[in-house]
Design a protein around this ligand. Structure first.
Ligand code: ADP
Ligand code: MG
Length: 246
């Protein structure tokens, strides 16, 4: 199997707190990998180190064979690393379509070559992304008016606008009702399969993790304490003790 994303020996210390300690893993092509662990385990820090929002004290992140080194988040996005955040990142004063047009233009790094035909192409890309996430009817709405679950869908569409080969999702269903959560994850999984996107996500709802992840990595106090299929992880005594509170 080819690794789309390869993380080696990641370390991050915040003023004496070792938030991430020697974390290594591969994310394979088309795979769905969940990163789980109790609150404060280091999940978001791992995402920020991979996404470039934070720089590691040590270790390396390789995307499709290319070391990301000190690239900024926007440069990583252009390399095919998409992400959504635990806290929203939508421009609420814009319509849904404007939000998408903004990221589509940014993803193409538009210069003086902007023409009517480019604008039309972007509009149709925006439309097909909104359709893919089930928001095409709301194209002209102000994003501030959206229901919470629809904001999450818009964020997904925005992450997809860069044609990512790897998509990072930090608690994509946080704050949603249980039924809505399953619907969103089912949509994410279908889109990832259709677009051959490898998915790395965090999620505190274990039902969702066990239903939607193919492989699970368990973090505790910054360390990887277990790794395996959902059934392997579920049966791991250390995981049950540390994470499931047994
Ligand atoms: P998780 O996402 O698994 O809940 P985090 O990665 O957010 O965990 O946090 C891991 C640890 O690092 C926690 O102890 C948290 O308090 C600490 N931490 C995270 N971000 C910062 C920061 N910017 N400054 C200081 N400490 C931080
Ligand atoms: Mg977090």
């Amino acid at each position: 199997m080819t690794a789309q994303l390869s993380v080696t020996g990641l370390n991050k210390n915040f003023g004496g707190v070792q938030a991430v300690c020697n974390v290594s893993f591969d994310l394979h092509a088309g795979e769905r990998l969940a990163l789980i662990g109790p609150n404060g385990a280091g999940k978001s820090t791992c995402f920020n180190l991979i996404g470039g929002q934070l720089m590691p004290d040590g270790g390396n992140v390789v995307l499709k064979g290319r070391s990301l080194g000190s690239l900024r988040p926007d440069q990583r996005y252009l390399q095919g690393l998409g992400r959504t955040f635990q806290i929203g990142s939508v421009f609420s004063s814009m319509t849904l379509e404007e939000n998408l047009l903004t990221v589509i233009a940014a993803a193409e790094g538009l210069g003086p070559s902007f023409t009517q035909s480019v604008a039309r192409k972007h509009q149709s890309q925006a439309q097909s992304l909104l359709t893919a996430v089930g928001l095409s009817d709301l194209r002209q709405r102000q994003s501030a008016e959206l229901a919470y679950g629809d904001v999450k869908r818009l964020e997904l569409a925005m992450a997809l606008a860069g044609n990512p080969s790897v998509l990072l999702m930090d608690e994509p269903t946080a704050g949603m009702a249980p039924g809505e959560r399953h619907d969103l994850m089912t949509l994410v999984v279908a889109i990832a399969a259709e677009r051959q996107i490898s998915l790395l996500f965090t999620e505190h709802d274990m039902d969702i993790v066990f239903d939607h992840a193919e492989r699970i990595l368990v973090l505790d106090h910054g360390h990887v304490i277990a790794e395996g299929t959902p059934s392997q992880v579920r049966a791991d005594p250390r995981v049950r003790q540390v994470y499931l509170g047994e």
